[in-house]
Design a binder for this molecule. Structure first.
Ligand SMILES: Cc1cc2nc3c(=O)[nH]c(=O)nc-3n(C[C@H](O)[C@H](O)[C@H](O)COP(=O)(O)OP(=O)(O)OC[C@H]3O[C@@H](n4cnc5c(N)ncnc54)[C@H](O)[C@@H]3O)c2cc1C
Length: 428
């Protein structure tokens, strides 16, 4: 579904973060209840039904502002840099702080809040998860600026992807004394579950990147081939080679994404989750390969991708014909179509989609932490030790029916005897 939506929109379609939050909370609320005897899972299921029955969109709000990244939540001079519980009442909690970079926030119905990192006991008040409607009292949005956002107000052609805009419409969400009733609170200080919740959410979210970004790669590949054709270079061997590289990278990311689900597991809640190691590998590939396939798209498109005049010049009776003459491609191709395709590739390869591929679902170092933690390096050492003969090889001994030590002693003896025979033959 992610790849298909990427193919149909050519941009971020803003749905995944909320979905991933729902998936992670379904599993984690069950685990918290199992340990603490709380009833978060029941509350969460009621919320989920409400979302499904009304076909509502939820924004997933995990990232805190975090100020000095080297300090833990309770160590920050300004506690608002991590969203936190400032009051516990009989009917619910009151929260203050903010969530940063939240995709699709202003055009969602609900905000699902989750903690941003693993936490210790002193961070208890920051270990909080809940859902609130976007218009809850005390909530404010500050909308993000993007590279070519105002072009949409000027001209559909210049916008590049006028139907679906640039990226995800991110916003800083401020929470000032926001009241959350108990039935919408899914974590209230159970700090030891903050890390597992982040990891499970990140698993789902990182796996998704091998879907949506590959859908975009399909569009960029098609657009690059179209431009190569329009410019009469589509048969050149280096162009075909570059397009093949784009496809290879995209399908590598797609394979990674599929593998996350195929290698997924059933959580105690009954819901399935993805393989977290493979999910981090998927996202780490995305942080590099998206830049690489966009680099190729810019190579094939040529310098026009950033030197085109505006649509208003095309409409200008004095310069329009000149632009059409000098920005034309091969005969028979409408110059306006060339401009449309160049603008699409420009918006996809230069805009906010690139840093989104880098930082969305965590910066590369965050993926490497999970990869290192789950790499199973001890098991890999064991494999090498067995093959090198440093560690006992039980399977080998089972096949031989004797200890490995005895086998090698006998083998060495046989080699020695064979050598002796050869030497004797040579000295005769
Ligand atoms: C387009 C876009 C959409 C997003 N959508 C959402 C969303 O819908 N919901 C959501 O919750 N979040 C969202 N995010 C946030 C995303 O998860 C964060 O950007 C990401 O986790 C990185 O955090 P940061 O931006 O604060 O960068 P930083 O964490 O400041 O990263 C900058 C650099 O600092 C390094 N760094 C950070 N902390 C440390 C440390 N303690 N020690 C050493 N090095 C460190 C990082 O590895 C990186 O190299 C979105 C981000 C983008 C760009």
């Amino acid at each position: 579904m992610m790849r298909l939506l990427g193919q149909k929109t050519g941009t971020c379609f803003q749905r995944c973060v909320g979905f991933d939050g729902l998936n992670a909370l379904y599993a984690l609320t069950y685990d918290i209840d199992a340990k603490h005897g709380t009833n978060y899972h029941e509350r969460f299921k009621n919320f989920l039904l409400y979302i499904q029955e009304n076909d509502y969109m939820s924004a997933g709000a995990m990232t805190d502002a975090r100020g000095d990244r080297s300090l833990r939540p309770h160590q920050q001079k300004n506690p608002k840099l991590y969203l936190h519980i400032s009051e516990r009442r009989d009917d619910g909690i009151v929260v203050n702080g903010a969530k940063a970079h939240i995709t699709g926030a202003i055009n969602s119905h609900e905000i699902i809040v989750m903690p941003t990192r693993a936490m210790g006991e002193e961070d208890k008040d920051f270990a909080v998860s809940f859902a609130v409607p976007v218009n809850a009292k005390g909530i404010k949005f500050i909308f993000a600026r993007q590279t070519n956002d105002t072009r949409r107000l000027e001209s559909p052609l210049d916008a590049g992807n006028p139907k679906y805009a640039c990226v995800g419409g991110e916003a800083l969400i401020l929470f000032k004394d926001v009241f959350v009733p108990w039935e919408r609170v899914f974590m209230n200080g159970e700090y030891e579950f903050a890390g597992p919740l982040v990891e499970m959410f990140a698993g789902h979210h990182r796996a998704n990147y091998g879907g949506c970004k590959v859908g975009l790669a399909d569009v960029v590949c098609g657009g690059s081939h179209w431009l190569a054709d329009a410019h009469g270079i589509d048969k050149a061997s280096h162009i075909l080679d570059k397009l093949t590289d784009m496809v290879t990278m995209a399908e590598t990311c797609w394979s990674c994404s599929l593998a996350c689900s195929y290698e997924g597991f059933k959580t105690p809640s009954g819901a399935y989750s993805v393989n977290p190691l493979l999910a981090s590998v998927t996202k780490l590939n995305i942080t590099k390969m998206v830049y690489e396939w966009m680099r190729i798209a810019q190579d094939i498109a040529g310098g026009k991708i950033i030197t085109l005049p505006s649509e208003s010049d095309m409409d200008n009776p004095d310069v329009g014909e000149i632009v059409a003459e000098y920005f034309a491609g091969k005969e028979g191709v409408n110059v306006y179509d060339i401009l449309k395709m160049l603008r699409l590739i420009e918006s996809m390869s230069i805009g906010a989609g690139l840093p989104e591929a880098m930082h969305g679902a965590g910066s590369p170092a965050a993926q490497k932490i999970i990869i290192a933690r789950r790499s199973g390096i001890e098991k890999k050492r064991e494999l090498a030790e067995i093959i090198a003969g440093i560690r006992k090889d039980e399977a080998f001994e089972k096949i031989l029916g004797m200890s490995e030590e005895k086998y090698w002693q006998e083998t060495k003896e046989k080699i020695r005897e064979a050598r002796m025979k050869i030497c004797q033959r040579m000295t005769k």
